[in-house]
Design a binder for this molecule. Sequence first.
Ligand SMILES: Nc1ncnc2c1ncn2[C@@H]1O[C@H](COP(=O)(O)OP(=O)(O)O)[C@@H](O)[C@H]1O
Ligand SMILES: [Mg+2]
Length: 368
Amino acid sequence: MASEEDVRAALMRIVDPARGTDLVSSGQVSSLSIADGVVSFVLEVDPARAASLEPLLQAAKTEVGELPGVTSVSAIMTAHAEAGQAKPVAPKTPVPDLGLKDFTPKPKAPAGPEKLPGVKHVVAIASGKGGVGKSTVSANLAVALAARGLKVGLLDADVYGPSQPRMLGVSGRPSSVNNIILPLRNHGVTVMSLGFMVEEEEAIVWRGPMLMGALQQMLSQVQWGTLDVLLVDLPPGTGDVQMTLCQKTAVAGAVVVSTPQDIALIDAKKGIDMFKRMETPILGIVENMAAFVCDGCGKMHHPFGHGGAKSEAEKQGVPFLGEVPLYLSIRTAGDSGAPIVAAKPEGEEALPFWSIADSLIDTLEKIE
Ligand SMILES: Nc1ncnc2c1ncn2[C@@H]1O[C@H](COP(=O)(O)OP(=O)(O)O)[C@@H](O)[C@H]1O
Ligand SMILES: [Mg+2]
């Protein structure tokens, strides 16, 4: 069975003719791992040379694939890490095959965030921690914005638990033509999700450059078409995906979802701070699961107090977009593939989402 050393030795036999050095000596190979006969690694390249290096990547895959005990080779190219950036962490499992043969970024490395062609506004939906309803809010906002006549895309970038395939009732593997992925569509929303590419359990171990490569591919190698808004359902917290999105792509702003508990607000604050540091405007805070209506007495209860998120928003000087109570039907609608805004557009449960969508439209119109 081939060891990491063997794989490195194989990669040293691949020489980049333009530089006269092999892939290992030039320091281009990272995140090398072997698991159950599957070898995965990342080739860090100068984005300007990505297309011309494709044959080298193929040669490297063939060379490694011929080692004893290797059943498959998963390798991708990413733009090389810039000086001072943390070293990528090796993935614990093989890189999922996104079905894309080439990684062909723009010829020149962008100096700053780049506008996504054809997309008017990219809006990040973020939260300090998981389980606060970020995906629920993303799905309902997307459907509501589409119902208001906007052309809407939803990019599910939550590598820890892509949930949009389930929430928007879209499944299957999108097809690709000439290395451009054709996204799926439902409820008037164009959807792309890591969940289309990998099993839910698999997604959790994505790290570092794999993640960035996948995020970049989902932004730039998906045929989004002309969009008014592209919502990006981010993973929770303030990690690489959030930073990369803001650094590389022109983001109109972020919507931060929080639950009313103090601790969630502390987490939300970290998220807000990160976006401020990245100079990404905060479009507003959404307070989710703020209250519940009692089955017995029919009254609205606020078990965690009322107004916490709103006053926090004021303190932070960011807009408060609205609050969404906890309704069983919001959860069951999400689980069944038709968000409440689509399943019961006239219902009281859908009202907060309509109002948040309308506020968002107002805000985005001012940005133009
Ligand atoms: N307002 C709400 N009322 C009822 N259930 C909700 C509400 N918001 C979210 N949920 C449920 O809570 C769970 C976590 O929400 P989700 O949107 O997946 O959170 P996140 O994306 O932040 O991890 C899901 O089962 C979802 O259906
Ligand atoms: Mg989610």
